[in-house]
Design a protein around this ligand. Structure first.
Ligand code: HEM
Length: 471
């Protein structure tokens, strides 16, 4: 058997040589990737002078460690991000800093401890099975936009694990469209935020993005009010929402109030559904582009789970897990993170002034040409080598690192494997000619025109055609 040639999947556009600051700002408003220079795939640190402050993209592992792990309090989250997400997230853990953030993490973290992953497994499987059933009418080989379904499935996972309720089609569609509308109406960065204008400078957010954010928050507020009633009546189910709403801060003894809980649920929803949807859609695209990898993964999923998925056999899904890891390396859903220096720093013999932005880019780090072997090639088997594991210690951070690491990292890793295994047992995915996706940075990494795939049932061997896909 011949070895298939190496596959290099789509990479984003980079900015034209000699682009002016104004051109760069315009590009960044549409898609941050296209405002970035190509040299970031090789540089250890690159300075970009904005009009009022400096910004540095930092790829050097020991400097990343300083910022995220050793001295995170000296590099708080930049309010560029707060500015953009305020309408939707209020004071959620994703955007706060200092003591407020520390208190929020003390209340939230216990809900996501490793031990609870076994408890969320059945809800994740149920969401995966619902996704398989939803796709059945589209599994005719006609092109399907798969991001829609991965977002629907990831939203279902969040609803089932947080609130013990399956997402109804209507709600999922409303929330999904709400998020899309919000993303379209709300640029990733507003001009005043990019220029770090003081808070009193008007941000001119469109009324469309305000409406989209409010619509999402209204759905979430309803659900939380209902849960408060259930908690008062002693009828609340034992799920993530109950755990978070009843966990007291070990230092102060207080719990989240209703408004604060809406903020937190909004971020679980945003962080937990946008990111997983992006990761799953890109993984399915990679598998469609590499049929031999897909066939091997489907066979593993079939063998690991037989008739019924179970938690203990998750360990037999090593190849599916490596595929998901490799997809998170090439298409990290959160491609860049922004921090702000609060005191003078010397990085690579350069003085970084207080107020400068430090951009940490999983996108560039995980494809860095001086750190990774064949950095742009899709190769899930690389995760079985000691060399990759060594490189990954310094140069792989799809979930960030340090105390601000993603709260849902363990959750997302089992969710990805479960959903992929269930989808691959049921269906075969193929690329569509003329529809190669172009990665762009919205809130997460998406494809400019969606990710289009042909889906057909993967019928069990020997079954008559037209049988029901296995779930
Ligand atoms: C593949 C899926 C996911 C990826 C790649 C991902 C990635 C990340 C990254 C990179 C950050 C750090 C952002 C920054 O510091 O600027 C983050 C933070 C966060 N993520 Fe995730 N995430 C995923 C899924 C989830 C899920 C499923 C949840 C919850 C259910 C979640 C909840 C959060 C929260 C609450 C934060 C804020 C943590 C803090 O600032 O203290 N994420 N995530």
């Amino acid at each position: 058997m011949t070895t298939p040639p190496e596959y290099t999947p789509p990479i984003p556009r980079w900015r034209p040589e000699g682009a002016s600051i104004l051109q760069r700002l315009r590009l960044a408003r549409k898609d941050v990737f296209s405002s970035q220079p190509k040299r970031l795939y090789r540089a250890w640190m690159a300075q970009q002078n904005a009009i009022l402050f400096d910004s540095y993209t930092i790829n050097q592992p020991d400097l990343i460690k300083t910022i995220l792990e050793d001295r995170p309090d000296d590099f708080p989250k930049s309010n560029i991000i707060q500015d953009t997400l305020k309408l939707l997230l209020g004071e959620a853990v994703f955007v706060t800093n200092g003591e407020t953030w520390k208190r929020q993490r003390r209340i939230i973290d216990p809900a996501f401890e490793g031990g609870r992953l076994r408890e969320v497994f059945p809800a994740m499987v149920a969401a995966g099975q619902a996704s398989v059933a939803r796709l059945a009418p589209q599994a005719t080989g006609t092109p399907t936009e798969i991001e829609f379904e991965t977002a629907h499935a990831a939203a279902d996972v969040i609803f089932r694990t947080l609130f013990s309720i399956p997402i109804t089609d209507e709600k999922a569609t409303a929330v999904f469209h709400g998020f899309r509308a919000y993303q379209r109406a709300q640029p990733l960065m507003t001009f005043p935020a990019l220029l770090k204008a003081p808070k009193w400078v008007p941000r001119f957010r469109s009324s469309k993005s305000a409406r989209a954010a409010q619509a999402i928050r209204n759905v979430l507020a309803d659900i939380i009010a209902q849960r408060q009633d259930q908690l008062a009546a002693g009828t609340a189910p034992d799920d993530l929402a109950t755990k978070i709403m009843t966990t007291a801060d070990p230092q102060t003894g207080d719990i989240f109030g209703a408004k604060e809980m809406v903020d937190q649920v909004a971020i679980f929803f945003l962080a937990g559904h946008e990111t997983s949807a992006s990761a799953l859609a890109w993984t399915l695209y990679l598998l469609a582009a590499q049929p031999h990898v897909q066939e091997r993964a489907a066979a593993e999923a079939q063998a690991a789970w037989g008739d019924a998925p179970d938690f203990a056999n998750m360990r037999n899904l090593a190849y599916v897990r490596d595929i998901f890891r490799e997809a998170l390396r090439l298409y990290p859903p959160v491609p860049m993170m922004v921090r702000e220096a609060t005191r003078p720093e010397t990085f690579r013999s350069r003085t970084v002034k207080p107020g400068s932005l430090c951009i940490l880019s999983p996108w560039h780090l995980q494809r860095h040409e001086r750190l990774w072997d064949r950095p742009h090639v899709f190769d899930p088997d690389r995760w079985q080598t000691a060399e990759t594991r060594k490189t990954a210690r310094d140069a792989y951070m799809p979930f960030s690192k340090g105390p601000r690491v993603c709260t849902g990292a363990g959750f997302a890793m089992i969710e990805g494997v479960i959903l992929l295994a269930l989808l691959l047992r049921a269906y075969r995915f193929e690329t569509v000619e003329g529809k190669t996706p172009v990665p762009v940075q919205h809130l997460t990494v998406r494809s400019e025109e969606g990710i289009w795939l042909r889906i057909t049932p993967r019928l069990p061997e020997g079954s008559p055609s037209g049988g029901t896909p296995s779930i």
